[in-house]
Design a protein around this ligand. Structure first.
Ligand code: ZN
Ligand code: ZN
Length: 256
């Protein structure tokens, strides 16, 4: 009976994966949002905000993990694509907190510019949305690489997938939050834009125009960091050899 109860409990939250005591990612359909911190730490921070209309789901995960009256100190965006900023407007309305991003991403977050879709107009409305405008709460990530409210973390500029794309890294346990710098889920069926590889690591879905040279340079930059564990924007987290070999295979495939 006890084990059945346990199983049922685990199944209820199958879309929440705790990779460290203080790091959990919530799988919002096809995209991950990461929560860093615990109910015991002074602050916690939310990285990315899922697909449109996902704020309620993110909040219910947060309430359970951190308590009802314990909003994050800030939201940090790896980049501004629709599948990472979907919940952000509702969340800042509910929580009244700042949002940090790289300044090169600001035009897309202040209503100025829309990302350029690789699809022809009207082919897929979801990719041709108006940019969001969160100017009133938007803040630049500090130039020195320090991550607000997160001790021991650094942010790394990894452009390519988008101009101001960032990853987050904690040296202590060599954990990387990669955003869409690379992913571990083939979204080919979903977006029909991805090149197939036989690796556990994939290039990010190319539904918006991306810069291939920068993508590759950013991948190399992240490999030099030599992460032991990585949480990506899409797909399951990867560790150890699977992560290392996956990254090497992907990098090699880019030269072919
Ligand atoms: Zn993206
Ligand atoms: Zn994405």
């Amino acid at each position: 009976m006890d084990s059945l109860k346990k199983q049922l409990k685990a199944n209820t939250y199958l879309n929440e994966i705790e990779v460290k005591d203080d790091i959990l990612y919530y799988i919002n359909n096809i995209v991950n949002a990461v929560m860093i911190g615990t109910s015991q730490t002074e602050n916690w921070v939310l990285i990315d905000t899922g697909l449109p209309n996902s704020a309620d789901k993110i909040m219910s995960v947060a309430h359970r993990r951190f308590g009802k009256n314990n909003p994050p100190a800030a939201i940090i965006l790896t980049h501004g694509h629709f599948d990472h900023v979907g919940g952000v407007v509702d969340l800042i309305n509910a929580w009244n907190i700042p949002v940090y991003a790289h300044p090169k991403e600001f035009d897309y977050l202040t209503g100025k510019t829309a990302y350029q879709s690789v699809f022809k107009e009207h082919k897929n409305m979801i990719f041709n949305q108006e940019p969001i405008n969160i100017k009133c709460v938007l803040k630049e990530l500090p130039e020195n690489g320090v991550v607000p409210f997160l001790k021991g973390w650094k942010w790394i500029h990894v452009p390519g997938h988008s101009p101001g794309h960032i990853a987050l890294y904690r040296e202590k346990d060599k954990i990387l939050i990669a955003g869409d710098a690379f992913v571990s889920m083939s979204l080919d069926a979903f977006y029909n834009t991805q090149k197939k590889t036989n690796s556990s690591v994939y290039m990010p879905p190319a539904y918006f125009s991306s810069d291939r040279e920068n993508l590759k340079a950013s991948l190399e930059k992240l490999m030099q960091v030599n992460p032991e564990k990585a949480i990506m924007g899409h797909g399951e987290h990867l560790s150890g050899k699977k992560l290392r070999v996956g990254l090497q295979t992907l990098l090699k495939s880019l030269d072919e």
